[in-house]
Write a protein that binds this ligand. Structure first.
Ligand SMILES: Cc1cc2nc3c(=O)[nH]c(=O)nc-3n(C[C@H](O)[C@H](O)[C@H](O)COP(=O)(O)OP(=O)(O)OC[C@H]3O[C@@H](n4cnc5c(N)ncnc54)[C@H](O)[C@@H]3O)c2cc1C
Length: 390
């Protein structure tokens, strides 16, 4: 992170990233295990409820602070950062769309107390990454519902306390008429139907599961998922993911810089040839950082307006901007990591060197398919055809 003044909550995340998440990041990656230590420390610092408003007992952090936390964690353990980001995205949906609903406000107060971890269940077998379509549906029976879903990926599904699940609103609803439902561990079962042995983001522990759940109908969010997605889930996902990726890029560039400095110290009075490549990659990093911070700032100020910026949040221009931050950051991330590996040479290629960039590159590969960039480009292509504003 750049040396700017940060809030005490961001400072806590920076400390946890450096002192807790970073030291075990290699073990988390090697064993594809959940970053337990980082999550325990974040719970102790009450960071899982950071976005919950003060009146409900949380810290009332905004998008900018959350993105700074993700960036800091991403520099030290990409999996811990992504788990934290995904949880915060779910909290943001509950805070912003459960407002004024006694059930959800009560849930958020409990979240502050118990630091529950919430996972996301949007992907579905035979739907792929098309978040705005579901096959499964909510089946209401009086004041109860039943919901089963064949989920293709649930990050930290086994570790989560609660799940936010997308489904068609009713058995007769079309695929894109969806609701968002909060299901609780006491009322669901998860049957693991595959493995999570991946190139990167191994500590997110994201295998496929068959979900079977029931609950009271008050757990179904009243707003349509279409609005929740465009006003909250997509902006929070794209900005917080991008902040995690910015953290990965920052770490790779910092290793490359340490390597070039070491080369310079070995031959005092000369500038190593790799310094030119370092200058190049450092300018790329600055562009990513400016992009992520700018969009996070804009989002935060929009969402804090008295009308919650609803008109802008629903606009095509805003949707394009949110999608662009995702596709541009995820594309350049791998390029930055690769360039850093070339700077460090064999020391970057080795897994056991202090200048290793292998894990950065493997983690970076997940970014373009975490909702496929091609899907997003296809959506943007259609939106650009009807965009009226400049
Ligand atoms: C680290 C990680 C964690 C994740 N965690 C979760 C989680 O917690 N919960 C969850 O629900 N999901 C999660 N996902 C799933 C993720 O969000 C996507 O849904 C999933 O990766 C998409 O799967 P897919 O590539 O098989 O499918 P698709 O999106 O169907 O893509 C398959 C192929 O089809 C192409 N394609 C599909 N549609 C189009 C189109 N319209 N235009 C052009 N090309 C297209 C794609 O480019 C790609 O080549 C996670 C993914 C990752 C990598």
């Amino acid at each position: 992170m750049t040396q700017v003044a940060v809030s005490p909550h961001v400072a806590a995340a920076i400390r946890i990233a450096r002192e807790v998440a970073g030291p075990v990041a290699n073990a988390v990656d090697k064993d594809a295990r959940f970053p337990n230590e980082a999550l325990a420390a974040m719970k102790e610092a009450r960071l899982l409820s950071a976005f919950v408003p003060r009146e409900l007992g949380g810290f009332g952090c905004g998008m900018l602070e959350l993105s700074q936390m993700c960036e800091a964690l991403g520099q030290h353990c990409a999996s811990a950062a992504m788990v934290f980001a995904m949880h915060q995205i779910q909290v943001a949906c509950l805070v912003r769309h459960g407002k004024g609903q006694p059930f959800f406000e009560h849930y958020l107060r409990d979240l502050v107390k118990n630091q529950n971890l919430i996972a996301s269940v949007t992907s579905e077998v035979n739907v792929g990454g098309e978040m705005r379509n579901s096959i499964c549906s909510v089946e209401r029976q009086g004041d109860r519902f039943k919901l089963d879903k064949d989920a293709s990926t649930i990050s930290y599904g086994a570790q989560a306390d609660d799940l936010l699940v997308t489904a068609r609103r009713a058995p007769e609803s079309p695929a894109n008429d969806q609701s968002l439902i909060l299901v609780s561990k006491a009322e669901y079962t998860l049957e693991k139907t595959g493995s999570w042995d991946t190139l990167g983001m191994r500590g997110t522990c994201s295998p496929p599961f068959k979900l079977r759940s029931t609950g009271g109908v008050e757990r179904i969010m009243p707003e349509s998922f279409a609005d929740i997605a465009s006003h909250t889930m997509v902006p929070f996902s794209h900005i917080l993911w991008a902040a995690c990726w910015l953290g990965i890029s920052t770490s790779a560039v910092s290793r490359a810089r340490a390597f070039v400095r070491k080369q310079a110290r070995a031959k005092p009075g000369t500038t190593p040839p790799s310094a030119l490549r370092l200058a190049e990659v450092s300018s790329m990093l600055q562009m990513v950082r400016a992009n992520v911070h700018d969009v996070a700032n804009e989002c935060e100020s929009l969402m804090s307006q008295p009308d919650a910026g609803t008109e802008v949040l629903s606009s095509i221009a805003f949707a394009l901007k949110m999608n662009n931050v995702k596709v541009s950051t995820s594309t350049v991330l791998f390029d930055i990591a690769h360039r850093c590996m070339l700077i460090c040479g064999i020391m970057g290629y080795k897994n056991d060197s202090p200048f290793s960039i292998g894990m950065h590159m493997r983690n970076a590969l997940s970014a373009a398919l975490m909702v496929s960039n091609d899907r997003i480009f296809a959506t943007n292509a259609n939106m650009l055809l009807v965009l009226k504003e400049d």
